[in-house]
Design a protein around this ligand. Structure first.
Ligand SMILES: [Zn+2]
Length: 570
């Protein structure tokens, strides 16, 4: 069913050696064990049993296994060449486990979590009634006690011997995970090698965060089935974790050695402890808040400054202005768009979701991030992360610096307009505070997708425009060389945005611009964002929604006509 195989036990006096399934190297057991069963020669992650996995992940000696009534369901009294009951008994004897999943509670970095860890050696980790029951009950326990649920998946799929009862466990577990989402309780699914079929197509894909272990193979249909169907060679990385990441299907791919620390950070970031104890004091409103008139600058100079490749990017601000950041990738349906970066961050004691356009400083970086021009999957990632924020009651902070949405046939075919429209609509109705910062270029609809907010901050050398000055010049002046004239006619720059009521404040930049001192600019930005979030913290969701709507309807002056009515004047 999968590409990888179990390590080969070598006969005759060489039992302390294991042959790596990745590179065939003979590795001394103790060395492999010390290296967490990751091949020191080729980095192949050898499959791990559930008990070893628990030991690897949780605080030492903290795991308490749930006491479960012994159940061995055999609803069909199934028998092939052997009765199912005999197979269960054999699996039990071989694995020394009572079923294909172990559930319990443990401490993770000192925090209580609920754990469900699958044991692949028990009938291929297949899901029947008992696995479905245990996973669902673990989710119910996490829900009742509002503790994070960590599920480590390893499964070939549904258990045939329990017939359609197995199939329905997909629904049972999905309901349990839906309830966790509705309640804003964190669930993290770690997909290990292999995770397939009914497990992959139910709870394994429904965690609020889904992490694939490096080298794991994950999919619905196994590669053999797919190959027999299409009768063509499959790519070597078919269904590999790294390919899942590229296709936007998992949040992250993680090395085994880094899993524990990542889970601890995720649990901390989603703990819902919004107290600012131990954090920076909230800064007094100071000179950073430009409610007065920011200095008028030539619009074309602003455009050029905003486009400087030395300006800090979203990744720079994440590093310089935030205390922690776990990037979450992908739109969970097509791809991970490198032009949009996002995830969960910590800012002065508060967890926030950050979403931003990402450019780069070098040609290589710019190309890798498509010059900050997002495809539809970038906006769909943004929407997914906005919903993540709403689920956990976290404010959203966006950073906008894009020449515009990617113009191309691929983007059009995948619904660029729809993706942008959905992002604008979704952010306009989020029941959590949204603070948007235009840090550089705010190019048209592709920028506005991340600007619909309660507060719109604009850096001194940033702008928002309906069209690029070059595009405007080409259409109206019939010459791209008239871009400076177009920039001035469009009044590009922070002062116009503030005076027109579109921006709520202008953030001053260091002398020479943000690019002259990124750290200083990030410090100022941090102060301003912390203050804005503090102010928005006490605003009710209903007031956030009505406030946003009101802000947009006020633009451009008072209503020019009496409100529309369906009554016909008599
Ligand atoms: Zn190897």
């Amino acid at each position: 069913m999968t590409h990888t195989s179990e390590p080969v036990a070598l006969p005759g006096g060489r039992a302390e050696w294991t042959k790596c399934p990745g590179c065939d190297a003979l590795i001394y057991h103790k060395r492999l064990d010390r290296n967490l069963w990751v091949c020191p020669e080729c980095d192949h992650h050898v499959r791990m049993g559930a008990r070893a996995r628990i030991e690897l992940l949780v605080d030492p000696d903290s795991f308490r296994e749930a006491e479960l009534d012994p159940v061995m369901p055999d609803p069909l009294a199934f028998s092939d060449s052997r009765p199912y009951r005999d197979r269960l008994a054999a699996a039990n004897a071989n694995s020394r486990e009572s079923e294909a999943v172990i559930v319990g509670a443990a401490l993770l970095g000192g925090r209580e979590v609920v754990l469900a860890v699958m044991e692949f050696s028990f009938m291929g980790g297949s899901m029947g009634l008992e696995v479905g029951r245990r996973v669902s009950e673990a989710a119910e326990l996490a829900l009742r006690e509002r503790k994070p649920l960590i599920v480590v998946c390893a499964s070939g799929g549904a258990r045939m011997q329990e017939g359609v009862f197995s199939l329905l466990q997909m629904a049972r577990t999905a309901v349990a995970f839906a309830r966790l989402r509705e309640a804003g309780v964190l669930s993290v699914c770690v997909l290990t090698d292999p995770t397939y079929g009914g497990v992959s197509a139910s709870f394994a894909s429904l965690g609020s965060v889904v992490i694939a272990e490096r080298g794991a193979h994950v999919g619905f249909a196994g590669p053999r089935v797919v190959q027999e169907t299409i009768r063509a060679a499959l790519p070597v990385d078919f269904q590999a974790a790294e390919s899942q990441l590229l296709h936007g299907l998992v949040d992250r791919v993680e090395n085994r050695a880094d899993l524990r620390s990542l889970l601890i950070r995720l649990a901390d970031l989603h703990a819902g402890e919004s107290s600012t104890t131990g954090a920076d004091p909230v800064p007094e409103p100071a000179a950073t808040r430009s409610t007065g008139s920011p200095a008028m600058r030539d619009s074309w100079e602003v455009v050029q400054a905003a486009r400087s490749v030395d300006r800090p990017t979203t990744a720079d601000y994440l590093r310089l202005a935030f205390d922690d950041f776990v990037e979450l990738h992908g739109d969970r349906s097509f791809a991970d768009d490198p032009a949009v970066v996002g995830g969960v961050a910590s800012l002065a004691g508060r967890s926030v979701v950050v979403i931003g356009s990402q450019k780069g400083h070098t040609v290589k970086e710019l190309v890798a991030h498509n010059f900050g021009m997002a495809h539809p999957e970038g906006y769909r990632k943004a929407v997914r992360l906005m919903e993540h924020a709403e689920m956990f009651g976290m404010p959203v902070v966006t950073f906008v610096d894009t020449p515009g949405a990617h113009p191309g046939p691929d983007a059009e075919e995948r619904g660029q307009s729809i993706a942008i429209a959905e992002a604008i609509m979704r952010s306009s109705r989020l029941r959590v505070p949204v603070v948007a910062v235009i840090t550089g270029e705010g190019g048209s609809g592709g920028a506005l997708a991340l600007c619909t907010s309660d507060r719109l901050l604009v850096l001194e050398n940033a702008f928002l425009s309906v069209i690029s000055p070059e595009g405007c010049a080409a259409i109206l002046w019939r010459s791209a060389s008239s871009a400076p004239a177009a920039a001035r006619a469009l009044q590009l720059g922070a002062p116009h945005l503030l005076h027109s009521g579109i921006a709520t404040s202008v953030v001053p930049e260091p002398v020479g611009g943000a690019q002259a001192d990124p750290a200083a600019c990030a410090r100022t930005l941090r102060e301003v964002i912390v203050r804005e979030l503090e102010e928005l913290n006490d605003v009710s969701p209903a007031d956030l929604l009505s406030g946003r709507q009101e802000r947009f309807s006020r633009l451009g002056g008072a209503a020019l006509m009496t409100p529309l009515t369906t009554e016909i004047a008599s």
